[in-house]
Every structure is written in C-alpha cells, then in structure tokens.
Write a protein that binds this ligand. Structure first.
Ligand code: UDP
Ligand code: MG
Length: 330
C-alpha cells in the first residue's frame, strides 16, 4: 500500500476570516484556481478543499461563504458563535478539517500569505516533512514601526528562551500527525507559532514575499498586537520570574554596600545622622520584597507549566514489537 506521502495528499486550505467581505470573494477565486491547478498536476488529491472559518464577523463575510459553499463542492464554511480571535479560529479550522484531510495549510483570508507557494509547501511535505513553515524573506512591505517592533519582539523572545521561527506567523502546512498532536494540547492561551515548534517532528521552511493587504483593514491594531506579543512570551517563558528574583538579590546587595559604607564612616568618625538606618532599611526591605515575590513566583511558575498539560513527548514512529499494523503498511 502506498503511504499518503507517495499518493497525492488531500489538502485542506484553512482561512480564518473576520469582517473580510471586501477580500473574501477575490481570495476564494484565487485559491480555487490554485487548488484546481495543483489537482491537475496531481500534487494534491481531488477531494482537497477550502475551509473558511467565520470568526464572528459582523459584515457580509458569512453570507459570501454560504453562497460560495452552495455554488460548488470543495468549499466548506464554519461559523463561530462570536469573535474569538485569530488563534482560536485557526484551531477550529484545524479541528474540523483534519477529520477529512491528510494535510492542512492555514493562511490569512486577505491574500497577504502568497498562495503561489502552496505547491512548494506540499512538495516539502511529500519529501518527508510533517510541518512546513512559510517564512517571510523580507519585511519591505511593513511600516518602519512594524518592522522594528517585530525585530525587537524576536530578540526579547529569543533571550527569554521562547523558541520561534523568525519571520514566520501562521502560514504553515501541517500533516495529520502534527495537527492531532497540536489538538491534543489542552492549552487555552494560544500562541500557535511557539506551540507548533514544541511538537517536534521533521520540519522545514519555505520563503515568500508577503504582499500588502489589497482591501479591507488589518484586524490587528497596535493594542491587540502588543497584547498578543506579551501573551506569547509569558505563556512560554518563566524567565521573567527568575529575573525578578535576581533583581531582588541585586537590590539587597546594595544594602550590604551601605552597611560597609556606614562602618567606614563610623571609623573615620564622620557619620551623617539618620542616613544609614534609612538607606539600609529601604534597600534591604526592597530587596527582600523582590526576593519574596520571586520565590512565590517560582512556585506559581511551576503551577503554570503543570496546568498547561503540555505533552511530555510525541512519538513519531513505532517499529518492531510495538507496531501492530500489518508489515506492508509500515
Ligand atoms: N482574523 C480572525 N479573527 C480576528 C482577527 C483576525 O479570524 O479576531 C483573521 C483575519 O480575517 C485574517 C487573519 O486573521 O484572515 C489575519 O488578520 P489581519 O490580516 O487583519 O492581520 P495582519 O495581516 O494585519 O497582521
Ligand atoms: Mg493581513
């Protein structure tokens, strides 16, 4: 029997859409064309489909989806009960589409994630990768602010030990194996671009130029973006707590210096009245406070990682006595 990697896989293209009435028809037309071409080239199976997740849009997005779904096979529409946000919408799409597909590709509904590289991503899957990250080759289409804030974010995240693929957002291919492993994580604070690398499995990157949004507006205003970045880092690193503890030690040691200074002052016989008692207590108590918060934080950090219930491991393959599948299917 051929494995799905030798056969053309059934692909699900997953589009989260929030108030995308201005873009959606155009995006779907383009994706339908690309899907048809890939089927013709026998890169993907005939049953491949596009699944749009309406993330509680307030405009005509869902009406457009329904029209498209009724008009032809190969388009599925899922409507969420309200606006949950981009990341939960992606999980909803993955969960629904993996019931029918062998592989999934998530991409934005505004065509900023160039669909022209979908074929290349599928090739990489068929070459043996379970996850294919689409990475932006440049940030020329970004504003100065977005470019530099992204750079700062990757620097800080890297320093705090959050494993990320730089310049990759949520445009990625995942095999059924990888999607199922991701869906098994009960985590609520979703930051998929850091969760997916934690899954392991063989992965690779393909590069693309990110286009400008052609119509509609960005659904990620500055405040939302900033919250997303802070959430992302704090969900994946307990280092900030350790920093607090270390800061406490540093502040307390200043009190040590002050004690030494007071003794010297006394010996020389030139003490300033009240200075030492005041300064030493401020720095010592301040430092002790920070240490105490750091200690409590360390325990909370442990609770935090336990509560996430992330799997300890994902098994990629089982062979030998453990494998109960018939030998011709291994
Ligand atoms: N999106 C969503 N729910 C939200 C916000 C955004 O499903 O609450 C979708 C949006 O429709 C688009 C994708 O997520 O398909 C990326 O959003 P957007 O293009 O606005 O972000 P940007 O490209 O500006 O970072
Ligand atoms: Mg966009």
């Amino acid at each position: 029997m051929l494995s799905t990697k030798e056969q053309a896989p059934k692909l699900a293209l997953i589009l989260p859409a929030y108030n995308e009435e201005e873009m959606l028809s155009h995006t779907l037309a383009k994706l339908k064309q690309i899907k048809a071409d890939l089927i013709k080239e026998q890169k993907i199976a005939t049953g491949s489909f596009i699944l749009v997740v309406d993330d509680g849009s307030k405009d005509k997005t869902y009406a457009i989806m329904q029209e498209e779904e009724a008009r032809e096979d190969g388009i599925l529409a899922v409507k969420l009960s309200r606006n949950y946000g981009h990341q939960p919408a992606l999980i909803a799409g993955l969960q629904e589409s993996i019931k029918l597909a062998d592989i999934t590709i998530t991409l934005d509904a505004d065509l900023q994630d160039s669909p022209e590289i979908i074929g290349q991503m599928v090739d990489q899957y068929r070459a043996g990768n379970e996850i294919v990250y689409a990475v932006r080759s440049s940030r020329e289409t970004d504003s100065w602010f977005k470019k530099n804030s992204a750079l700062a974010f990757y620097k800080v995240a890297g320093w705090l030990g959050v494993e990320l693929v730089p310049n990759h957002a949520d445009f990625r291919l995942m095999s059924k194996t990888a999607v199922e492993a991701l869906l098994a994580i009960p985590e609520r604070n979703l930051f998929l671009r850091a969760m997916v690398p934690l899954l392991g499995y063989q992965s690779t990157e393909v590069y693309y130029e990110r286009a400008k949004r052609e119509a509609g507006t960005s659904k990620y205003p500055l405040k939302k973006m900033l919250n997303f970045a802070i959430d992302g880092i704090t969900s994946f690193s307990v280092k900030p707590i350790k920093l607090l503890f270390n800061l406490g030690l540093l502040v307390s040691s200043v009190a040590g210096i002050e004690i030494a200074y007071t003794i010297i002052e006394k010996l020389i016989g030139n003490p300033t009245a009240g200075w030492s008692s005041l300064m030493i207590s401020i720095w010592l108590l301040g430092g002790l406070n920070l240490i105490a918060i750091g200690v409590v934080g360390t325990y909370i950090g442990k609770v935090f990682t336990e509560v996430k219930g992330r799997p300890l491991f994902n098994i990629e393959k089982e062979t030998g006595v453990l494998d109960t599948r018939p030998s011709n299917e291994r």
